[in-house]
Design a protein around this ligand. Structure first.
Ligand code: GSH
Length: 107
């Protein structure tokens, strides 16, 4: 079965971590697809889908493919795919925050 969300990246990539932090903070599940010599298909996917720079992370959300860590985080925030009891991927300023679990702790 095709996962709803798939994130291409590498465990040692800080930009991959940037995207992953938002997913974890928002409680959103995704399939991690590691880029490396042991997974040639993942690298080939990046060549054709990671934009002009061919860098990771890259997110696949259904038919949509997004690159740039910040774009991925903003996509996560705009689609609001998160646990209802959890924090936003992009926190609101504390004065506007209605999250009962304390969004300001992840700013
Ligand atoms: N501006 C990009 C930078 C991504 C980036 O530099 N990723 C590195 C890994 S941390 C990469 O893909 N390096 C492989 C390469 O440059 O070929 C973003 O914010 O996602």
């Amino acid at each position: 079965m095709t996962p709803v969300l798939a994130l291409y990246g590498h465990p040692f990539s800080s930009y991959t971590w940037k995207a992953q932090i938002a997913f974890h903070a928002a409680g959103v599940n995704y399939e991690f697809r590691e880029v490396g010599p042991d997974q040639p298909a993942n690298g080939e996917f990046l060549v054709s889908h990671a934009g002009p720079w061919g860098k990771f992370p890259v997110l696949v959300d259904g038919e949509q493919v997004l690159f740039e860590a910040t774009v991925i985080i903003e996509h996560l925030a705009s689609t609001m795919r998160r646990r209802p009891d959890c924090c936003r991927a992009i926190p609101l300023p504390p004065c506007r925050c209605a999250c009962s679990t304390g969004c300001s702790t992840i700013t």
